[in-house]
Write a protein of this length. Structure first.
Length: 500
């Protein structure tokens, strides 16, 4: 037996164990390039981890094993406890992944087996990446349904005891677009239950959770989340810190973020499993379509819509899918602080609030309110507008912020640069992907104050030398790289007018 030690190293979502090269209980020679996974026994269930060999007895002694932060938390045993260790065989479900890579169609049982292995960290990061890439090639509707059901089984599902529990989700792909932070207060003020779960930016410079975190804590405990929902009628919390938390989903999202992989089929499985486990009965899906959005054409949007509807019907969740304009950012701010600023301007009904964000949020809120069978079709927008203009939505937002834990917003980045028009004319196109890259490079979302503030939108006239947008950064190096990106391609196309 070996004694357990905690090594305070943050390895993210990967379980790591350090073993001394002279460990008497384990044959170091058995570790090779093919398999370096081990099982650690002694807790309620085996812990699977990647093993690293150490020569320094100050880190780990021959009669010890040292677990990094996540692994130590998962094994849930005190330091000094006795454990046993053995090589872990490859997960049986990896054969299904290989078959999927070769173009096979997997059964529901195979997806159940894969997700079960993922849930206990049997997969190495390379094997997990292989699974994501295999699904990125092709997934049939039946496979998407099977993966969704498998993910639901590994979540802690909740039931609010209501026939109508609503939420909305945007597929994303366009910068800003922080409609959820406006829609949720309107829906809750109307009287609907809306336990809204948000994500951080996966391949973007800011997610809804990143912007909401400027105002309030989004990483609530289960008790805090339930208390907020029971007292106010809803919440806006991080998807992963909720009652329906899934370690499997955290692993998948983490690797998607690292690899930049976000396929339509996995989007459907992830979104619907999350919402169903959170007790959502009625869901609004927003699919922005644009040249640089995630969904580039109406044909793609219709295929995705049908996939949502198919899986939703099979799992008995009411889904309304809307297709919106994704040709340019919605709102003026890109980055957590600037997006939160725009949201609060809309909620406060300020004259300088971005009207495109206000109108889209009202349209979506109207669709949410019309899930209520007592509200006549077509009346949702006007009801939502009345709630916003009356200040009731702002009041609900204030209640949510205080219940979740109000935060003092950090300052906007002090390093700024104005990007100006190279010629006079009309803004004909804005490349959202390029603006996203610039904001990411500037430090968003890790640096809340980093981002871009837009001064011009599509259709606006501009004079040569006039400001198109302003870059904000908190640190010199990201600021310099963001400037370089903007100099190479500012992301704006200007249609010049000629006089003949």
């Amino acid at each position: 037996m070996l004694r357990l030690k905690h090594l305070p190293i943050d390895t993210g979502k990967e379980n790591i164990v350090f073993i001394h090269q002279q460990c008497p209980e384990f044959h170091i020679d058995d570790i090779n390039m093919v398999s370096n996974r081990v099982e650690i026994h002694g807790g309620l269930q085996p812990l699977f981890a990647s093993v690293y060999v150490c020569k320094d007895i100050s880190l780990v002694k021959p009669d010890e094993i040292a677990l990094t932060d996540q692994a130590f938390r998962l094994i849930n045993m005190a330091e000094g406890s006795e454990v046993a260790i053995s090589l872990a065989p490859p997960p049986a479900s990896i054969e299904s992944v290989k078959r999927k890579i070769n173009g096979g169609i997997l059964s529901a049982k195979e997806y159940q087996s894969i997700i079960s292995d993922l849930a206990v960290y049997r997969y190495t990061p390379i094997e997990l990446a292989a699974f994501l890439v295999s699904n990125a090639g092709f997934m049939s509707p039946q496979e998407v349904l099977a993966m969704t059901e498998a993910l639901i089984e590994h979540r802690r599902s909740v039931n609010w005891g209501l026939d109508l529990v609503v939420d909305e989700h945007c597929i994303g792909g366009i910068p800003a677009n922080r409609t959820t932070m406006i829609v949720a207060p309107i829906a809750i003020a109307y009287g609907l239950c809306m336990p809204s779960t948000m994500t951080r930016g996966i391949t973007s410079c800011s997610g809804a959770a990143d912007a909401m975190e400027v105002l309030a804590d989004v990483e609530l405990s289960e008790d805090q989340t339930a208390k907020t929902i029971n007292q106010i009628g809803g919440c806006m919390v991080l998807d992963g810190q909720r009652l329906a938390m899934s370690a499997t989903e955290d692993l998948l999202l983490g690797l998607e973020r690292a690899l930049g992989i976000s396929t339509p089929q996995q989007i459907v499985a992830s979104i619907l499993s999350s919402k169903i486990a959170m007790g959502i009965t009625h869901l609004l899906i927003d699919i922005p379509v644009g040249k640089t959005a995630k969904v580039r054409s109406m044909n793609e949007a219709m295929s995705l819509r049908k996939l949502f509807e198919y899986v939703g019907d099979m799992l008995s969740i009411k889904i309304d899918v809307i297709v919106t304009d994704g040709s340019e950012p919605v709102g003026n701010g890109i980055g957590p602080i600037l997006e939160a600023r725009d949201v609060m301007k809309v909620l406060r009904c300020r004259e300088d609030a971005p009207q495109d964000l206000r109108e889209k949020a009202l349209f979506m809120a109207g669709k949410i309110l019309e899930f209520d069978p007592q509200l006549r079709g077509g009346q949702g927008y006007y009801k939502a507008r009345d709630i916003l203009d009356s200040g009731r939505a702002l009041e609900v937002m204030s209640q949510i912020v205080h219940m979740q834990g109000k935060k003092t917003p950090p300052a906007v980045g002090q390093l700024t640069r104005d990007i100006t028009a190279s010629s006079s004319g009309i803004i004909s196109e804005i490349d959202g992907q390029q603006l996203n890259r610039i904001a990411l490079t500037a430090g968003a979302p890790a640096d809340k104050g980093a981002g871009i503030d837009l001064f011009k939108k599509v259709g606006d006239s501009v004079e040569q030398g006039e400001i198109l947008y302003r870059i904000y950064a908190c640190k010199p190096t990201p600021f310099a790289f963001a400037n370089g990106l903007a100099e190479g391609d500012c992301g704006y196309k200007i249609m010049t007018s000629r006089v003949y």
